[in-house]
Design a protein around this ligand. Structure first.
Ligand SMILES: CC(C)(COP(=O)(O)OP(=O)(O)OC[C@H]1O[C@@H](n2cnc3c(N)ncnc32)[C@H](O)[C@@H]1OP(=O)(O)O)[C@@H](O)C(=O)NCCC(=O)NCCS
Length: 243
């Protein structure tokens, strides 16, 4: 298939029957059983270094054939739901039960763990790693060298820096350990480790490593309570709604 009918590579292994005709699946991509690939999704989009010297003269037209030829594809596990206008570059891997919202960009060499949800409008830059059951809400930008653990929650619009003095030649790694909660609009500066079960309040600017179980708030973020106190507040809040 080609043109506005979408494209399915002959090299792709498609175990799912729910693949929209308008989607483009390039290279030796794999789509596991029961995965839904919605209309206008692209999987296995080739990386920039491969396409930047393309010209009409050296390309095999239609364009989809050229992209297919150079793409290594990406791996989508079972029971995924990839929503419209999601673009997954080549060499990425989504484990089983992953969901994306609409307009999600997942660049090359990303790893997304079992049961994770990536909210609409989120951009995962190249090489981002996300653990299991992560909940990443809408409009997040996660640059290269960010490692997110299991069961993490990112509210909408969290921003991670990876360059302490832009534009430098060296990008730093930021690690968010398991069970961390980061509130809406928080900014995490470069090279930070946020340890297990820490909480970052909405709008905070995190400038230093955060110890486990700490709840941090403000600019610069400072400890305001323990995770235990936070969990107690959360339970009280929830119980105020039950009869
Ligand atoms: C961390 C958090 C839970 C603290 O809540 P809390 O303990 O109930 O805080 P309170 O409302 O009792 O406020 C305590 C004080 O901190 C201030 N405060 C509360 N949240 C703040 C924040 N994010 N940044 C700066 N100050 C904050 C309050 O104004 C208040 O100040 P005051 O004592 O001078 O009046 C809350 O700030 C937060 O970030 N929640 C996450 C919301 C979110 O991101 N949701 C994502 C899905 S939409």
């Amino acid at each position: 298939m080609s043109g506005n009918q979408g494209f399915q590579s002959k090299r792709a292994v498609l175990e799912s029957r729910s693949i929209a005709k308008s989607s483009c699946i390039y290279g030796s991509s794999q789509i596991g059983r029961n995965s839904i690939i919605d209309p206008f999704v692209i999987i296995g989009y080739p990386i920039r270094v491969k396409t930047k010297n393309f010209t009409e003269k050296n390309m095999e037209l239609p364009l989809e054939n050229s992209y297919d030829k150079i793409s290594n594809g990406s791996i989508i596990g079972k029971n995924n739901h990839i929503r419209p206008f999601t673009i997954i570059y080549e060499n990425s891997q989504l484990e089983n039960d992953v969901e994306t919202g609409t307009n999600v960009v997942i660049r090359e060499n990303c790893q997304i763990g079992l049961g994770s949800i990536i909210g609409s409008g989120t951009i995962l830059d190249s090489g981002v790693s996300i653990g299991k059951r992560a909940r990443i809400q809408s409009s997040n930008f996660i640059p290269p060298k960010i490692i997110l653990g299991d069961n993490i929650f990112l509210g909408p619009g969290v921003r991670f820096a990876n360059d302490p003095y832009p534009v430098s030649k060296e990008l730093t790694t930021t690690i968010v350990e398991d069970n961390v909660i980061i509130g809406i609009g928080a900014i995490i500066l470069a090279g930070i480790t946020i340890k297990e079960r820490a909480v970052i309040a909405a709008g905070s600017v995190v400038t230093k490593d955060v110890p486990s179980e700490h709840v941090m708030m403000g600019t610069p973020a400072r400890r305001v309570m323990s995770r235990e106190e936070y969990d107690t507040k959360q339970k009280m809040y929830e119980s105020s709604f039950s009869d």
